[in-house]
Design a protein around this ligand. Structure first.
Ligand code: NAP
Length: 353
C-alpha cells in the first residue's frame, strides 16, 4: 500500500519559517550564498537583512539595492563595523571556510548571535575555539547546515526515531560537483581551506551523522588537486557497536547523482535527487512502498533562519537540531579524513591543530 502523506497535516507537524520571530540580520561577505540568504530571509521569514558588509563598495551597494538593505559597510573594517551596529540583531558569515573562525569570533566578541556557513571552520580545533568563545560569552552560534531543518529531513528523522525502518544499518550519500579549476578560488585555494571535503563532503557526512551520530572510526581514500587540497574522496564512517556504517562520497571532478538512502533492518528510505536541498523521499517496507513524502518548498534556507530566531528569542546559545556537538563531530570526521588523505592547510601542523 502506498500512503502519500498529505501536505495539510504535515504543515501542522512541521513548524513554518514564517511563524518564527523577526531578527535584523547583518551579512558578512557579498558573494553567492549571501545573495541566496537575503532572498530566503526577506522573502520567506519575518526577518530581514538589515546590513551588508563587503570589502568592495561596488558589491555591497549592488547587494543593498537588490535586496533593499538599509545599511552598507564597505572597505577596510567593514566586517568589524557591521558586527558593532546596534541595528543588527544577528550576523551571518558568508565568507570562505578558512576565514569563518576569525569572522565568527568578531561577531561573538560584539555579543551578536551568529550563523556560520558550512564548513564551520578549517578544523575541529578552530571549531572548539569558536564554540568555547560563544559559550563563555553566552552568545548563540550555529553552523548553517540548512539541510537539517528542511521538512523532508524533519519527517525522515521522526520516522526513523519511531522505528519505521527498524535499526539503521547503512546510510549512504554523495555530493559531486564540477567547479572550474582555479587555484585562487575558494574551492581550490588551501589558504581559504578549499577542497571537496569541506565544501561538499560536509553534506553527506552531516547526513550520516544526523542518523547515526559520531562514528567510532573513519577511513578515507581519495586524491588531491595540484594545489594540495582534496579533489575527491570516499569517507567511511564505522559504527561497530551498532553494526552500522555510513559511506560519503564527495568530488570536485563530476556532477554525481546526489542521492542518499538509509537502510534499516525493516525498511529503507530513499531520498530524491539533491537530498541536501528541499526534496521528497520514499519509505519502502517489506518490499512495498509505504510512505511517500513530498512538499513544495521554495529556496529552503529560511528554515535555518527561523531556527536561529526561535533559539535567540528563547535565550538559547545552541540549536537542539544542529547542536555544537554535531559541528564538532563532523569537523573531527573531516580532520581525520584529511589526515588520511594528506591534506594540511597553511598554519596547521596537522589537520587537528
Ligand atoms: N548553504 C549552501 O547551500 C551553500 C552554497 C554555496 C556556498 N556555501 C558556503 O558559503 C560560504 C561562501 O561561499 P560562496 O559560494 O558564497 O563564496 P563566494 O561567492 O566566493 O563569496 C565569498 C565572499 O567572502 C568574502 N571574502 C572575504 N575575504 C575573502 C577572501 N580572502 N577571498 C575570497 N572571498 C573573501 C567576499 O565577500 P566581499 O568581498 O563582498 O567582502 C566573497 O564574496 C562558504 O562557506 C561555502 O561553503 C553554502
Amino acid at each position: 500500500m502506498t500512503v502519500t502523506v498529505p501536505s495539510a497535516p504535515m504543515h501542522h507537524r512541521l513548524a513554518t519559517a514564517q511563524s518564527a520571530p523577526a531578527l535584523r540580520w547583518g551579512v558578512i561577505g557579498a558573494g553567492y550564498i549571501a545573495d541566496v540568504f537575503a532572498r530566503s530571509v526577506n522573502g520567506h521569514t519575518q526577518s530581514r537583512v538589515q546590513s551588508i558588509a563587503s570589502r568592495d563598495s561596488h558589491r555591497s551597494n549592488l547587494y543593498a539595492k537588490k535586496h533593499g538593505v538599509d545599511t552598507v559597510r564597505s572597505g577596510d573594517g567593514a566586517y568589524e563595523r557591521l558586527v558593532e551596529d546596534p541595528q543588527v540583531d544577528a550576523v551571518y558569515i558568508a565568507t570562505p571556510h578558512g576565514l569563518h573562525r576569525d569572522h565568527a569570533l568578531l561577531a561573538i566578541a560584539a555579543g551578536k548571535p551568529v550563523l556560520v556557513e558550512k564548513a564551520f571552520t578549517r578544523n575541529a580545533a578552530q571549531a572548539r575555539e569558536v564554540i568555547d568563545a560563544a559559550r563563555a560569552a553566552r552568545v548563540f552560534v550555529m553552523e548553517a547546515v540548512w539541510t537539517r531543518f528542511l521538512p523532508h529531513m524533519v519527517e525522515a528523522r521522526r520516522l526513523v526515531s519511531e522505528g519505521a525502518i527498524g535499526e539503521v544499518v547503512h546510510v549512504s550519500a554523495d555530493f559531486g560537483g564540477s567547479p572550474e579549476y582555479d587555484p585562487q578560488s575558494r574551492n581550490f585555494n588551501p589558504d581559504l581551506a578549499g577542497g571537496a571535503l569541506l565544501d561538499l563532503g560536509v553534506y553527506p557526512i552531516n547526513f550520516i551523522h544526523d542518523f547515526l551520530g559520531a562514528p567510532a572510526s573513519v577511513r578515507a581514500i581519495g586524491a588531491l588537486a595540484p594545489t594540495g587540497v582534496d579533489l575527491r574522496e570516499t569517507v567511511i564512517m564505522d559504527y561497530p557497536e551498532r553494526r552500522s556504517m555510513g559511506t560519503a562520497l564527495s568530488t570536485f571532478e563530476v556532477d554525481t547523482a546526489r542521492l542518499a538512502s538509509i537502510s534499516g533492518t525493516r525498511g529503507r528510505i530513499d531520498f530524491g535527487h539533491d537530498y541536501y536541498a528541499p526534496t521528497g523521499f520514499t519509505l519502502t517496507r517489506d518490499g512495498r512502498r509505504s510512505v511517500e513524502f513530498s512538499q513544495h518548498v521554495e529556496l529552503g534556507w529560511q528554515y535555518q533562519v527561523a531556527e536561529v530566531a526561535r533559539c535567540v528569542s528563547a535565550g538559547a546559545i545552541e540549536s537542539a537540531v544542529m547542536p555544537h556537538s554535531a559541528t564538532l563531530d563532523v569537523m573531527a570526521v573531516m580532520d581525520e579524513a584529511r589526515r588520511q588523505l594528506g591534506v594540511v592547510f597553511p598554519g596547521e601542523d596537522s589537520p587537528a591543530t
